[in-house]
Design a protein around this ligand. Structure first.
Ligand code: HEC
Ligand code: HEC
Ligand code: HEC
Ligand code: HEC
Length: 244
């Protein structure tokens, strides 16, 4: 994967130095999430979604989920918001979908269904193991990672999400009221563990895809980012939610 990407970047530089390759916002084709050349050639959606025999109706998910239990190494954030624990194959937020490939426990091409048949072997055996920059949550260990599957203080009040409520130490004025106006995606939890996109007062939360768009359509910078990787204004990713 790395080598391929390196060769492609070299080719892109040599052939068209001024044109960015798979530019943010241009969609899936040519990105790290374009697996259409794998398994002898599949569709660009196949590694993640399937029209039939999906592993879950939710998102018509096709990629084998991780069975890891995810947890952080400390009980709470500075504000006192408890870090959650969640299981990769039961938590319904999109974070579990990302971790199914990024936590190193499942092959990237381990999918349920393709082209009228169940693949007997993964279409791509690559795994995001230890030492790989694209690994997040190896073995379920989320230490050192920004909160996800946790409440966002939407409308500057405490929110409850994934059974966690914003801690009493939070400073209301340090949070953007509604970051969805800044191209950020928030989610809501109906209280029974069902998660859908869009903020609902007192029920809003943050997932991996709050900061990243896996389809690269809503991205404005590299790494599928919904805000800029650099800078000091509200276009900068961190200031799209935090007021500091
Ligand atoms: C690398 C994995 C991946 C690939 C490839 C992928 N998706 Fe998705 N897709 C996701 C995830 C994860 C979500 C959950 C939404 C979120 O987290 O914002 C999603 C959500 C969706 C949704 C629900 C609406 C939405 O945007 O939230 C649709 C529809 C969808 N994808 C269609 C597609 C289609 C069509 C393709 C191929 C052209 C595709 N996806 C390729 C991972 C992927
Ligand atoms: C089907 C497996 C799969 C799923 C599901 C998946 N990814 Fe990836 N992702 C990959 C692979 C493979 C790479 C390439 C990594 C490498 O270069 O080693 C990648 C790369 C990335 C990158 C780096 C992009 C770059 O331009 O350097 C980011 C960021 C990312 N993924 C985030 C996510 C997020 C967030 C989700 C869920 C919303 C997700 N991924 C879901 C397989 C997946
Ligand atoms: C608060 C925003 C934010 C959240 C939430 C977030 N990320 Fe990221 N992610 C970033 C930024 C910024 C980068 C840019 C590179 C860096 O600084 O590591 C990044 C980089 C990455 C990369 C590429 C690393 C590399 O160097 O190739 C992957 C893969 C990734 N994120 C996956 C995830 C997954 C999976 C989740 C959920 C468990 C997640 N991210 C949640 C902000 C976020
Ligand atoms: C989608 C909105 C969002 C974005 C974008 C975002 N954060 Fe956060 N951040 C949160 C939430 C929600 C919390 C948890 C708040 C709480 O304690 O209840 C948090 C917590 C934190 C904390 C506190 C951790 C602790 O131990 O108290 C730090 C530091 C932080 N974020 C840094 C960053 C940085 C750096 C970036 C940019 C790479 C960033 N955040 C981008 C929503 C966001």
């Amino acid at each position: 994967m790395k080598t391929l990407k390196f060769l492609f970047s070299l080719a892109a530089v040599a052939l068209a130095p001024a044109v960015a390759w798979a530019a943010p916002g241009s969609g899936l084709a040519g990105t790290d999430h374009d697996f259409s050349s794998k398994g002898g050639g599949v569709g660009v959606c196949t590694f993640c979604h399937t029209p039939h025999k999906a592993l879950s109706t939710l998102l018509l998910w096709n990629h084998k989920l991780s069975t890891n239990n995810f947890a952080w190494d400390v009980p709470s954030t500075t504000a006192g918001t408890k870090y959650p624990t969640f299981k990769g194959d039961t938590y319904k937020g999109p974070t579990a979908k990302c971790l199914s490939c990024h936590d190193g426990s499942v092959a990237v091409g381990d999918i349920a269904w393709w082209n009228g048949g169940a693949p007997l072997a993964p279409l791509d055996n690559t795994q995001h193991g230890a030492g790989d920059a694209a690994n997040v949550g190896l073995g379920g260990n989320m230490a050192g990672n920004h909160p996800v599957a946790m409440p966002y203080p939407y409308q500057q009040v405490k929110n409850t999400y994934n059974l966690v409520t914003t801690g009493s130490g939070f400073t209301s004025t340090e949070w953007v009221n509604d970051p969805t106006t800044n191209n950020i995606r928030l989610f809501n939890d109906d209280g029974a563990g069902n998660i859908t996109a869009g903020p609902v007062v007192a029920k809003a939360g943050v997932e991996c895809s709050s900061c990243h768009d896996p389809h690269n359509k809503a991205s404005v910078d590299d790494f599928f980012l919904r805000g800029n990787l650099k800078g000091n204004d509200t276009a900068y990713l961190c200031l799209r939610c935090h007021i500091k």
